[in-house]
Design a protein around this ligand. Structure first.
Ligand code: BMA
Length: 361
């Protein structure tokens, strides 16, 4: 629908009319209009590609109607997350073995059904050959920037491959969220692995390539540090208002050696603290805000959705909240309920809340 509207509007454009809205502008407006109504969209990572103990096998012929979220709530997630890790290598499938053909098909289909798509990116470590979590060198970001030994690889191979994939999305609007969780130090672009200036340069180079060199007008850019930081730290690596549309936050619940109840209290308090400063920053910079990644792995709390997550987010104008993937091959690695799961009723109750938005099939 969005794609059709964009094409129709463009066809009507004349020189004395206002410049037409790009797909990116349209998505930004859509998200702002949900926020103005006090609505929060629900998102789930990789929802159409696989779920708890199942996966799509023959994606080219599959109608992609299966979804753990739909099996429990009767609705698809409004926001669908996908990861592009591996696209930079020219791989056929991403780091979680999801074929890029399936990702593209699922993204287009979800947009056609009226949903919103978002892409994260866990690229390999180009200096060591390791994965995104290989933090053995603090020279990786520097090596990709102008003057660095891998700058040509970045500009002539990595970004073009990423650009080719994003261009193949036929102009559907998409939230792009590269270089995430940069305030922590578990990815090679993390806080201790590069200077603030080099991080900003990396983000801006990515933006400039896709937006200027490739002319993509469908990307909504999200900046998403991890929780556990001050507002000053959040902004210390901010690429700048020109480059960013959404101020995101990644924040997970962890049950360590303490009790589940302690973990929930910590999760809620930290989330509210971060969303409070994010709200102030979003207002000041005229940006959207979102909870770009969250979740409680394996959902050991049967009332987590309505008892912990919802009370922590309901007061905040976040455009969406996205919980991470339900791995098909790791039984305990799931963040949304699935059919037959004990905690399914509370997830269903969450989906039925007035201001939480799912996508009706
Ligand atoms: C992590 C885990 C990993 C996965 C990665 C990228 O949080 O889910 O298993 O490879 O995200 O999707």
């Amino acid at each position: 629908m969005l794609l059709l509207a964009a094409g129709t509007l463009a066809a009507c454009s004349t020189s004395n009319q206002k410049p037409m809205e790009t797909p990116k502008d349209q998505l930004v407006h859509t998200l702002f209009s949900h926020v103005e109504k006090g609505e929060i969209l629900y998102g789930h990572q990789d929802d159409l590609s696989y779920g708890h103990a199942w996966k799509v096998d023959d994606w080219a012929s599959d109608s992609l109607t299966r979804s753990d979220v739909k099996a429990v709530t009767g609705m698809y997630p409004a926001v669908m997350g996908f990861d592009l890790g591996g696209i930079e290598m020219g791989d056929k499938a991403n780091l979680d073995s999801v074929d890029f053909g399936l990702i593209r098909k699922a993204a287009l289909l979800h947009a056609e059904r009226g949903g919103i798509v978002t892409f994260s990116w866990h690229p390999r470590n180009p200096l060591t050959g390791g994965d995104a979590w290989d933090v053995s060198s603090d020279q990786v970001v520097k090596s990709l920037l102008e003057g660095g030994e891998l700058h040509d690889l970045f500009m002539d191979t990595w970004l073009p491959r990423l650009g080719d994939f994003l261009e193949s999305l036929e102009g559907i609007p998409a939230i792009f969220r590269p270089w995430h969780e940069n305030s922590a130090s578990w990815f090679w672009w993390g806080e201790k692995l590069c200077s603030a200036e080099d991080y900003q340069n990396l983000y801006r180079t990515t933006w400039t390539y896709l937006t200027k060199a490739r002319g993509l007008t469908n990307l909504v850019w999200c900046y998403s540090p991890n929780s556990g930081i001050s507002p000053e730290a959040y902004m210390s690596r901010y690429p700048g208002d020109e480059f960013i549309d959404i101020l995101g936050l990644d924040h997970y619940a962890f049950v360590g050696s303490g009790s589940l109840e302690e973990a929930s209290v910590f999760f809620s308090e930290e989330l509210k603290r971060c969303l409070t400063f994010l709200n102030a920053l979003a207002t000041e910079h005229h940006k959207l805000m979102c909870l770009s990644e969250t979740g409680l792995e394996g959902l050991p709390d049967p009332n987590w959705w309505t008892g912990v997550l919802y009370p922590a987010i309901r007061e905040f104008p976040i455009a969406y909240v996205l919980t991470w993937r339900n791995a098909w091959d790791k039984p305990g690695h799931f963040y949304a309920a699935w059919d037959g799961f004990d905690g399914a009723p509370d997830f269903r109750a969450f989906s039925e809340l007035d201001n939480i938005v799912f996508l009706k099939p």
